[in-house]
Design a protein. Structure first.
Length: 387
């Protein structure tokens, strides 16, 4: 186990009926809030009403700003920063999933920076200061509610990059599983896939190849997510399954599972960001296409960890490392098909002829992330396994 520092300052309030806690918790950080939310779901299902009533009860003013889309865009961030400068709120309240919370983080950083907020995404600037953020989570997937990273797409050049910085940890996040009961089945499954791939990136790509404690933690979370997703797929109103998925997804990328494994690359996310940047497909759908293809490529080179994954997650052992690894990867792909998420590029209408364009886009992010082993040629080879 490598040396590490684990420090996560986000306060989590978890459970049914906890949404109204957002007002008192937010009041500790100011008297006027920027209230961010997505398209219409939070308003339609009464979540936004609970939030505004809670803010009003503690005397908070707020400025509403909705319309954040899945795969949030830089243009929206720029527009809200102009609103911020006019209204001068003290705190951001983000009501939604990863897209809304990631947007909040970009705004929180940009509001304290005299330059272009995109500088943070291109590694031209470091986040040293940010406006406080509180959140009410409505989709279990990204763990943005308990980490210091966020992803935004620059729609002009189709770059989907991330920013990071310790000031971006939300101060408080309300995790009320009831708020996820109305999430459509397909997006619930995309969220489960996203959470699992967050776990698998460190599991397969960590710097320390021997990490038994972290491996078993990851494997247990993956099994729990798969079980919960299966129950949600069959019974979308299963509160217990929603609660299990919500907490597992948060644990999937809050720093706990990667503590001690050394630096980890995120190749599946690197390639998926190109798909959702170019084609605007759901992030989880892109990961469900990329992950079996990447596993087939990486599993041939280093089968041992994939064989372990096969044995411990799917209870499969075919004797040799190679055969067992192959069986586990096949089982993963079959599970994805059972929950009705795409596993091939053609399923989201992406033609094979676009692979060169996708690989070139992904390579740009590979360079930003310092992933020297992923050339355009290798990325193209992996993408061809998803045809």
């Amino acid at each position: 186990m490598r040396n590490f520092v684990f420090h996560n300052p986000t306060k989590i309030i978890f459970g049914q009926g906890q949404t109204p806690c957002i007002g008192p918790e937010t009041a500790a950080y100011g008297r006027k809030a920027l209230l961010l939310f997505g398209q219409n779901s939070a308003r339609k299902h009464g979540i936004l009403k609970q939030v505004t009533e809670s803010l009003e009860a503690v005397g908070l003013e707020w400025v509403e700003c909705g319309g954040i889309k899945s795969n949030p865009i830089l243009g929206f961030v720029y527009a809200v920063l102009e609103l911020w400068r006019r209204e001068k709120p003290d705190v951001i309240v983000a009501v939604g999933g990863g897209s809304v919370i990631d947007t909040a983080k970009a705004i929180a950083a940009g509001a304290c920076y005299p330059g272009d907020v995109w500088d943070f995404f291109c590694r031209k600037a470091v986040v040293t200061q940010a406006i406080p953020i509180t959140t009410v989570l409505t989709l279990a997937a990204s763990a943005s509610e308990m980490n210091c990273g966020g992803v935004i797409t620059n729609e002009k050049n189709q770059q989907k990059y991330n920013l990071m910085g310790s000031p971006l940890y939300p101060k408080v996040s309300i995790l009320d599983p009831v708020n996820t009961l109305t999430v459509p089945r397909n997006y619930s499954m995309y969220g489960a896939v996203d959470a699992i791939i967050h776990l698998l990136e460190g599991y397969f790509n960590g710097g320390d190849r021997r990490s038994p404690l972290q491996d078993r933690l990851v494997e247990g979370l993956i099994i729990t997510i798969m079980e919960a997703a299966g129950r949600i797929f069959r019974r979308p109103q299963d509160y217990t399954a929603r609660a299990e998925l919500m907490w597992c997804a948060t644990l999937g990328l809050n720093g706990l599972t990667t503590a001690g494994i050394g630096g980890a690359e995120f190749p599946m996310h690197m390639m998926e960001h190109a798909l959702s940047a170019i084609y605007d497909i759901p992030h989880g759908a892109g990961l469900s296409i990329i992950s079996p293809a990447w596993m087939k490529y990486a599993g041939r080179k280093s089968p041992a960890k994939f064989a372990q994954f096969s044995r411990r997650v799917f209870n499969l052992d075919k004797g040799s490392l190679t055969a067992t690894a192959r069986a586990g990867i096949k089982a993963w792909e079959q599970w994805l098909a059972r929950i009705k998420v795409p596993v091939r590029l053609a399923e989201v209408d992406i033609p094979k002829s676009d692979i060169g364009k996708i690989a070139q886009n992904a390579y740009g992010l590979a360079r930003v992330w310092g992933m020297k082993h992923y050339s355009v040629k290798i990325i193209s080879k992996i993408l061809n396994l998803a045809v």
